[in-house]
Design a protein around this ligand. Structure first.
Ligand SMILES: Nc1ncnc2c1ncn2[C@@H]1O[C@H](COP(=O)(O)OP(=O)(O)OP(=O)(O)O)[C@@H](O)[C@H]1O
Ligand SMILES: [Mg+2]
Length: 367
């Protein structure tokens, strides 16, 4: 990795999660996109939980702590890119599908602005909103192809995303105190779609299992068709249940979770039994999203991609494969990125937790 020469075009993606901040710096030489640098730090709150065995408290990182962590890892890792994109958790944004008549493309923006207030549960001056066309081909597929009257009534489907202004202000204010330049803020559904699916013509589902929440996203032809978040069903809840079940510290419960997971193996089988109800909340959410996709499209989702650090839960992929009659695979965000092969092992270990950061950095190279 050449971290010292200034690249003509570098892009930085920053994912600020509840357990850690991840950064990816990518560069392009016009032919390929290359990993220039990456960095990671666990948040102070999470480190405290792990080292003191204190159970997870709902203490949020302050803006100053986020700023200090950012400055520290930029400095320590030697991050040189300035153009930055930051993610917003799906749970902090409102997203809604809007249907518009088949109007010309240059009229869509005005129509979205006009209609938005009906879809967003907050005053429009309190949110920043964005939209993308769930492409026309997909919109057409949503119609019953046998029904010609519906065909004549073709609609444009738009995914509308609204982020409360206080959230965009928080990140804008933090970045102002660094020498980075904030190019964009985007909800993590778009970053995940970019790094894990790309322009695949078949519909894929991404399940990002984080600490406090799990996000479920359906992507097709490079468009996010829908995104859901399931607060409370993430890795932290599994650790909490193990900690209660065995009456042990949070950090011991965390170690048992990472060790035994869902393997139902040996004397520690009870760990898997305790974890199962949380995992099954996800199984039933995934089934619900797939069923509703099938009802609208008369087609199943092609595959499920499991992402987030909790994707490493032992036995999870085989459990999902058994329970869901859809192909399940583990996220591999580095697959279209060139990198020094000495990094392979390390990148492989951290891959599922870097899906969002990679997708954010990739945005810098979109046309
Ligand atoms: N090897 C592992 N096996 C099982 N779970 C793991 C493993 N490594 C990390 N986790 C769990 O993953 C969770 C953190 O996931 P992730 O890093 O994706 O979350 P985050 O982005 O910081 O949080 P969020 O997106 O919820 O704000 C924690 O609950 C942690 O216990
Ligand atoms: Mg996350």
């Amino acid at each position: 990795m050449d971290l010292f020469k200034k690249k003509p075009c570098s892009s930085l993606g920053i994912d600020i999660g509840t357990t850690g901040i991840r950064m990816v710096q990518l560069g392009s030489n016009g032919k390929e996109i290359k990993l220039e640098n990456y960095a990671y730090t666990e948040t102070k709150e999470y480190m405290e939980i792990l080292s003191n065995g204190r159970r997870a408290a709902d203490v949020k990182m302050s803006d100053t702590e986020i700023l200090n962590d950012l400055l520290k890892i930029i400095n320590e890792a030697g991050i040189t890119a300035k153009e930055t994109t930051i993610s917003i958790p799906i749970s902090s944004a409102f997203s809604s599908i809007m249907e518009l008549p088949d109007i010309p493309e240059n009229e869509i923006s005005e129509a979205v602005n006009y209609e938005a207030r009906q879809y967003i549960p907050l005053p429009l001056d309190e949110v920043v909103f964005d939209w993308s066309i769930v492409n026309k081909e997909t919109a057409e597929e949503n119609l019953d192809k046998q029904d010609t009257s519906l065909k004549q009534n073709k609609k444009i489907t738009v995914l509308l995303v609204a982020i409360p202004r206080e959230i965009t202000k928080k990140y804008t204010d933090i970045i102002k105190q660094t020498d980075l330049r904030l190019v964009a803020l985007e909800t993590e559904s778009f970053s995940l779609a970019r790094s894990l699916v790309g322009n695949n013509k078949e519909a894929s589902m991404i399940v990002d299992i984080g600490n406090k929440t799990t996000s479920i996203i359906v992507v097709k032809n490079g468009s996010v068709l829908e995104s859901h978040s399931t607060p409370g069903a993430g890795g932290e809840e599994i650790t909490k249940m193990i900690s209660h079940g065995f009456n042990i510290d949070f950090n011991r419960a965390e170690a048992l979770k990472r060790d035994v997971g869902l393997t139902f193996d040996g004397p520690q089988k009870k760990v898997s039994e305790i974890a199962l109800p949380i995992v099954n909340i996800l199984t039933s959410e995934i089934k619900k999203v797939n069923d509703s996709y099938f009802n609208r499209n008369k087609k199943n989702i092609n595959k499920i991609i499991i992402s987030g650090s909790s994707a490493s839960l032992p036995g999870l992929i085989s459990y999902f494969s058994k329970e869901l009659s859809i192909a399940v695979e583990i996220a591999s965000p580095w697959k279209n990125i060139a990198y020094d092969k000495v990094l392979s092992k390390k990148l492989n270990q951290i891959s599922t937790s870097f899906s969002v950061a990679v997708g954010l950095a990739l945005r810098g190279f979109e046309e």
